[in-house]
Write a protein that binds this ligand. Sequence first.
Ligand code: TXA
Ligand code: MG
Length: 321
Amino acid sequence: MPVVPVTDSNLQKAASIIREGGLVAFPTETVYGLGADAWNPEACARIFEVKNRPFFDPLILHLAEYEMVFELCSQVDPRADRLMKKFWPGPLTVVLPKVEKVPDIVTAGLPTVAVRIPAHAAARELIRLAKTPIAAPSANPFGRLSPTTAKHVEDQIGENVDLILDGGPCEVGVESTIVAFIEDKPYLLRPGGIPLEEIEKEIGPVEIMKSSQRSPLSPGLLSRHYSPRTPFIILSGDLPKIDPGKKIGFLAFQKPPKSGLFQTVEILSPSGDLREAAVNLFACLHRLDNANLDIIYAEPVPEEGLGRAIMDRLRKAAGKG
Ligand code: TXA
Ligand code: MG
């Protein structure tokens, strides 16, 4: 599982691995993906094996060209079309009715398929060279923290992938926003890198899918997900009493905590910028999780713009999604 930089020849190599049915971890602007040829069900099955991911959790197809949508989707709602034209390439995934030939393993047997064009140039070049849509979930074991660097991928699943393309740290840092167009109303299935406010500016009101509405619309959206191994608690109000014998970590939004009792402190954005906080989120969580702590406390962030995606990931890390 060599980790190699993005160069023309490594992109060629990665593309031939994909064409031959292998797995390549590659950078996107959101998080690193674990990619396989979407037309090859055996290769896609290996993604589930490597991630230990349940088969009911469908994969997103990554495209390089907008026209490909019409080969994969049987109907394209005009509102979806508007969002694709506005936000692609970028951290937006749309879920649309699929054409018959999209393999069931990709869609978990659903009649719909999720598609997006990533904003990372290396990702698009890889897709172009492989000449196929690339099915890719985030390149982490199922339920664990998403990877925003090649090193995160190497540490978590490195032994089981054929190649890791290192394209530097991800520029957005949280996964794509997922909007489904399968009923009359559009549904937000997952808050992500494009704020809901910007989506509603384009197409009007979008229904928010609550995690309590466990529905066949969003099979993969479990309440515990993106989790550190260390117990993780989101603070609401004052700090609880701290046992001095315990090693405690703190994830702050902007300012370090006043108490000096913390062993490790990570700050999401010293300037209080939600975009910067999203970029740093998973790297801060990986560091806290690797610091041998007994417990991690996290401060909530304002729930607006990208703050919605950040709070979604924090709640899921705490098992309260
Ligand atoms: O930013 C991203 O979206 C990253 C990068 C690699 O592109 N990918 C990513 O994939 O986050 P993953 O597998 O970790 O999350 C994809 C989620 C699934 O858990 C599932 O809930 C939803 O997308 N999904 C995929 N296909 C779907 C479908 N047909 N209907 C409803 N939800 C779907
Ligand atoms: Mg994921």
